[in-house]
Write a protein that binds this ligand. Structure first.
Ligand code: BES
Ligand code: MN
Ligand code: ZN
Length: 486
């Protein structure tokens, strides 16, 4: 998706669709056609409400999208309205549209962040995935470009925001497309190839461990999950060197398909478990952003990648395996595989002495019960880092909500035979998952993001298509840019 910046007056913008973000109650000043339509009183301008007007001016169509009341404008509200506009543009079948924001609808957003979130929103709303269909029914062209119409005085700042917005949009779309790939296409080795391509394109260091090297490294927990599958596991390490000092580690769960293993899942909706690699794809998308923006910071990305399948060679409940850290694990439930592969990644991370480590993982169904689809479950061992990540999530429109990691919950994972067990049963599932990971975090500040409820959506909304959300890319980027002092 290309972006352009224009400083033309609204009335002289020639476009198949001019989308204007407005606030509730101030919608009239956009030309006679819109004025006439608004005068009917049909359009109330409530948040998300749209009005399509076939104008007589230079713009073939004008679309009003309300960001809500003037006092309630946030980055998220503007991003969302831009997404609604782009989604409408795509369903109208235009390959390009223009996007403007009234003075009121902009709230207190500066020109740079305004431009950034408009582009993020356009990327969100314009997304479609048709590459695996030979004959898409009702085919619509991809959205090729968006023209942002801004005040001439905002041009310089808007260009700064556009650079960031374009990079985030690229990483985000990369992630969403990769999430969407089915399990027979996106295998662990496919993920590794994607990482290698990123490294080649942007000059990162890539280290990819195959099964033999994973074994040699002593990653017994990752190997245990992989042993039921004919597809070999991979352990992916990407290093971006843009600054000085110890790196931030980003760790992503890369289960390319989670059947549950011997503790097999019910058949209904099991196909969605191709999204169990969403943590990994978020890390990869973030590296795409890093490659484009080149911020002054060091970042290492760690991705344990495997399938989780049942077979004659698969792990069984009761099996005990030895992790990379050396702790032994009793496998109670083979469907609690995410924590098994992540614990070896967290242990591997020690060699980088990271200043901070953040993992993103579709780890527990319990987080969907606790928070639904509107918040990432957030847990960690460092209050400062937790606050920083939460802040980044607010800016990114990928909100995080804390759950406690109190000592009392540790009990859930006591095993009769091993140092720890991988499931504590049904109570406090998200906390138990995080506690398991904490057992393998050694001497660095760490935050765990449980994205099981936010990685994909089961239905469509005005601002978002059904399916993958690209969650994590915007949050990670906001976090890293702030750390880099950008
Ligand atoms: N990948 C699942 C979690 C998940 C659930 C992701 C729903 C997306 C949507 C994970 O591997 C899993 O199966 N977790 C188990 C853990 C339990 C066995 C302790 C769960 O949540 O049921
Ligand atoms: Mn599972
Ligand atoms: Zn899983």
């Amino acid at each position: 998706m290309k972006t352009l910046i224009s400083t033309k007056p609204l009335g002289s913008v020639e476009t198949p669709l001019l989308a204007v973000l407005v606030t509730q109650g101030s919608t009239a000043a956009i030309g006679p056609d819109v004025q006439r339509a608004v005068a009917t009183g049909d359009y109330k301008g409530k948040k998300d409400e749209t009005l399509l007007v076939y104008g007589s001016g230079k713009a073939q169509r004008i679309l009003l999208v309300s960001v809500g009341k003037a006092g309630e404008i946030t980055r998220s509200a503007v991003r969302r309205a831009a997404a609604i506009a782009a989604k409408r543009a795509r369903s109208l079948g235009t390959t390009t549209f223009s996007l403007a924001v009234t003075k009121e609808a902009r709230g207190s957003l500066g020109a740079a962040e305004l431009t950034q979130v408009l582009i993020e929103g356009a990327a969100q709303g314009g997304w479609q995935f048709t590459e695996l269909k030979k004959q898409p029914e009702d085919p619509k062209p991809d959205l090729e470009s968006v023209e942002l119409v801004i005040d001439p005085g905002d041009k310089t700042a808007a260009e700064v925001g556009r650079r960031v917005g374009d990079a985030i949009a690229a990483g985000y779309l990369f992630t969403r497309n990769l999430q969407m790939q089915p399990g027979n296409v996106c295998t662990p080795s496919y993920l590794a190839e994607e990482a290698r391509k990123l490294a080649t394109a942007h000059g990162f260091k890539a280290t990819i461990l195959d099964k033999a090297q994973i074994k040699k490294e002593g990653m017994g927990a990752l190997l245990a999950v992989a042993q039921g599958s004919a597809e070999e596991p991979r352990f992916i390490v990407l290093e971006y060197a843009g600054g000085s000092g110890a790196p931030v580690a980003l760790i992503g769960k890369g289960v390319t398909f989670d059947s549950g293993g011997i503790s097999i899942k019910p058949a209904s909706n099991m196909e969605d478990m191709k999204f169990d690699k969403s943590g990994a794809t978020a890390v990869l998308g973030t590296f795409e952003v890093l490659g484009r923006l080149k911020p002054k910071i060091n970042v290492v990305g760690l991705i344990p990648a495997t399938e989780n399948l049942p077979s004659g060679t698969a792990i069984k409940p009761g099996d005990v395996v030895k992790s990379h850290l050396g702790k032994t694990i009793e496998i109670i439930n083979t469907d609690a595989e995410g924590r098994l592969i992540l614990c070896d990644a967290l242990s591997y991370a020690r060699r980088f002495k990271p200043v901070a480590a953040i993992d993103a993982a579709t780890l527990t169904g319990a987080v969907v019960i606790a928070l639904g689809h509107h918040a990432i479950g957030m847990l960690g061992n460092d209050e400062g880092l937790l606050a920083e990540v939460r802040d980044a999530g607010e800016r990114a429109g990928e909100r995080c909500w804390p759950l406690p990691l109190w000592e009392e919950y540790r009990e859930l994972l006591k095993s009769d035979v091993a140092d720890v067990k991988n499931s504590g049963g049904r109570s406090a599932g998200t906390i138990a998952g995080a506690w398991f990971l904490r057992e393998f975090v050694d001497s660095f500040p760490w935050v765990h993001l449980d994205i099981a409820g936010t990685a994909y959506l089961e239905g469509e909304s005005a601002s978002h298509a059904k399916g993958p959300t690209g969650i994590g890319v915007r949050l990670f980027t906001e976090f890293l840019l702030k750390r880099a002092g950008a």
